[in-house]
Design a protein around this ligand. Sequence first.
Ligand SMILES: Nc1ncnc2c1ncn2[C@@H]1O[C@H](COP(=O)(O)OP(=O)(O)OP(=O)(O)O)[C@@H](O)[C@H]1O
Ligand SMILES: CC(C)(CO)[C@@H](O)C(=O)[O-]
Ligand code: BAL
Length: 364
Amino acid sequence: MSRWIRSFSTAASSLLADASHSLRQPSSFPVFRDVSPIRKLRRQLLQKDRTVGFVPTMGALHEGHISLIRQAARENTDVFVSIYVNPTQFGVNEDLSSYPRTWDSDMQKLEVLNKELADLKQEAPGRITAIFAPTSKIMYPTLPPSSEIDGEGSFVTITPLSKKLEGSSRPVFFRGVATVCMKLFNAVTPDRVYFGQKDVQQTVIIKRMVRDFLVGTEVRIVPTARAADGLAMSSRNVYLGDRRRSVGLTLHRALVAAEQAYQAGKIARADILGPARAITNRIVAEQQALSPTERALFEADYISLADPETLDELEVVDPSKGAVLSGAFKMAPLEESKPGEDCGLGDGKVPVRLIDNLILPSRD
Ligand SMILES: Nc1ncnc2c1ncn2[C@@H]1O[C@H](COP(=O)(O)OP(=O)(O)OP(=O)(O)O)[C@@H](O)[C@H]1O
Ligand SMILES: CC(C)(CO)[C@@H](O)C(=O)[O-]
Ligand code: BAL
């Protein structure tokens, strides 16, 4: 057993007694439900010159989350993962109640991953050494968490970034994300925090928040993990089913068509987004022409070509800066299913918001 694992075991076991709100502990990592015990562990690690990489999640873990943890384990001795479905980032009519919650399988996945990390040794020296799974009473100690646009509470708002793109359809989303991330960062005080490229606007907002509030952590962005067909992995994909999944892939295909236009030397908005819009409009029309048992209706909420830092829409890409291509589709519930069809969790009745993006790199 290496020295730091041994010293972790000692630090952790002395803390298990402190973790009065901890859940059952069948795993190689303690689960903390409250702030002070995880702070205590953090202080002990600091004294031993160990580094903490923090991966905030809402659970329902998939390969995207795992890739964040792997990178955190390559760059830190200790990886803390939070699992908390944060109510304030869901609008009042959004899918908070149906958001997938899969605690047992999440713990199993983390356990398997930790064993793998132990085998990797040099390549990825870090291990998952704490799970933070707070209750809402811990995260919102004074007022109940509000999802109302003008709701009361202590919030972190990052404007105008939070009003654009996802924010125009989900007006409280980034207020909730920035607020919960600030709380999580305050609880964990990580050396580095890990976010997925899939949620590109979230990455821009978190970087801005860290900079503007002088938060002492480094923001690391991990590439989007995709299924073999290109669909960006997402916890909500379990609701898609086969039909909506294959139609939903149009989003990725549209972005790839726009990316190819940029790679071919185009820099004007119409030339880059034109191919993406053409594919999207064609598939919308094709689906509308099909019968309710065959089609998957959807609406393209936006397809955007934006500045990587301000997220302002661009008429022309400055090749020395590059750009962010992003889009969101609203996949409607299936109208009718066929016998034996895989309609996904919820029988195809749950609307699913798909987001995706590609970075257009700078070039000389
Ligand atoms: N496919 C992916 N590739 C890389 N990172 C991802 C991917 N999906 C999610 N992440 C990242 O994992 C972290 C936690 O995300 P979260 O728990 O909300 O999962 P999610 O799959 O994004 O859920 P949903 O898409 O349903 O909102 C975020 O930083 C997010 O960007
Ligand atoms: C960062 C986050 C965990 C905050 O709740 C969430 O927005 C997410 O999972 O991307
Ligand atoms: N990964 C983003 C979380 C959300 O859509 O609420």
